[in-house]
Design a protein around this ligand. Structure first.
Ligand code: AKG
Ligand code: FE2
Length: 420
């Protein structure tokens, strides 16, 4: 496995910063522009250089504090805690190619997972490690073949304060106004209402289309889409996606472009986004049970941004069950994971704390529709010629065989960052 020198590592963090209009106090600095265009993303609004911003300390517990036990203020001994080395990566012990996908290769395989919310201490007893990334850092997680399978990004302190407070307020306001449907209230991911907006295909839809809502809910969700905090999170996660998963992101963009050509109404949620849809997990305590988002693209990423107001040393972490890993997940942080492949859930938060999440994703069914000449599989099977069937079968085998290698190789990412 190639080793990253300190020099390489620091070049990488310096050259791949996240840019944001958010600074302490929330006022963009005018007149300053970023040095170069972010590849694949349109420039939008006044941007500042995303250099570490000096500002007041995090509104949450210090990131140096060891995890505390859930029911007392005494720190528990947690020797397995690891800091993500600056500019480096966390090397997990899994091979992502060992995780099964459906035979068509579009979506994940649902697993029967226990509905449990183990505490940090319990996870420690079970041998899980805790990954802690520092504010302003990005930490990729690789598998044994050096594929970048996940990415963790923690906002710099000055940014997180403003953007998180704004996003929280918008989510709370929307929560009060939305009359949730039975399906939005009761889903298998956890005991919290959730609403999705965007382009999807599955669950009763006869063709790819916008998820349907009442006129009122639609207007509320559209106003969240316009909110600058969610545009900021969209930019951040797309920037991470471009940097660490360029092949997958390109396939998402190609898919969206094909859909929009087929139906020009299918305009994505955010300018420059590669994701087809997003979900807001409303609180008051959006903590997920172990699950796999099996309808999402199998060889792809979804982006989760944690929000709310909770002590991230005590709870709210993201658990990746296949990696025996617990990731500290403070409000404002974004984690990209292949959510159709890896089982994930959260560590519970403390009584009275609030947690929400903003999740961006793409349904695998959209690609199935595109690859079947913009028809359902059933329609396609009725109409397809023998050569078409043979070609489909070849593509299917290649999709499953090569899919896992669409995750970027870490050394390629480093080389790419040094070139730009
Ligand atoms: O809130 C989180 O950290 C996870 C959310 C999630 O996995 C989901 O909504 O599917
Ligand atoms: Fe999920």
């Amino acid at each position: 496995m190639p080793k990253l020198t300190l020099h390489e590592a620091s070049r990488m963090t310096r050259s791949k910063r996240i840019f944001s209009p958010y600074i302490v106090g929330g006022q963009p600095i005018r007149g300053q522009t970023i040095r170069g265009p972010i590849r694949g993303l349109p420039r939008r609004g006044p941007l500042i250089q995303g250099l570490p911003i000096q500002g007041p300390p995090l509104p949450f517990a210090s990131h140096h504090a060891p995890p505390m036990s859930a029911d007392s203020s005494a720190p528990i001994s947690f020797p397995s805690i690891s800091l993500c080395p600056s500019g480096g990566r966390w090397v997990s012990g899994i091979d992502i190619a060992d995780i099964p996908v459906t035979s068509s290769g579009y979506t994940g395989v649902r697993r029967n997972l226990p509905q449990e919310l183990p505490s940090l201490e319990e996870l420690h007893r079970r041998g899980f490690k805790v990954l802690v990334c520092q504010p302003g850092e990005t930490c990729p997680i690789t598998d044994v073949e050096d594929r970048v399978i996940c990415v963790v990004h923690i906002l710099p302190p000055g940014q997180s304060r403003t953007v998180v407070l704004e996003a929280n307020a918008a989510i709370e306001q929307a929560h009060e106004r939305i009359f949730f449907t039975e399906k939005q209230e009761n889903h298998r991911r956890g005991d919290f209402p959730a609403a999705s907006y965007g382009i999807s295909f599955g669950g009763g839809q006869t063709r790819p289309d916008f998820l349907k809502h009442s006129v009122k809910t639609n207007a509320i969700l559209q106003s969240l889409l316009k909110h600058r905090a969610f545009n900021h999170f969209s930019d951040d996660s797309n920037y991470l996606f471009t940097t660490y998963g360029s092949q997958i992101r390109q396939s998402y963009l190609d898919g969206l472009a094909a859909l929009q050509k087929w139906d020009p109404q299918l305009v994505p949620n955010f300018p420059g986004t590669a994701f087809a849809a997003c979900t807001w997990n409303f609180g008051p305590a959006a903590v997920s049970y172990p699950h796999i988002d099996d309808a999402n693209v199998a060889f792809g990423w979804c982006s989760i941004t944690a929000l709310g107001d909770y002590n991230p040393d005590l709870g709210g972490h993201l658990i990746l069950w296949d990696l025996d890993l617990v990731i500290r997940f403070p409000p404002g942080a974004t984690i990209l994971i292949p959510s159709a492949l890896l089982a994930h859930s959260n560590v519970p938060i403390q009584e009275g704390e609030k947690r929400y999440a903003f999740v961006q994703f793409t349904a695998g069914g959209l690609f199935r529709w595109i690859d079947h000449d913009f028809q359902s599989v059933e329609q396609w099977e009725k109409n397809a010629s023998e050569p078409q069937r043979q070609q489909y079968e070849k593509d299917r085998e290649a999709r499953v065989r090569d899919g896992y290698n669409r995750f970027s190789n870490f050394s390629e990412v480093v080389r790419g960052s040094q070139r730009s």
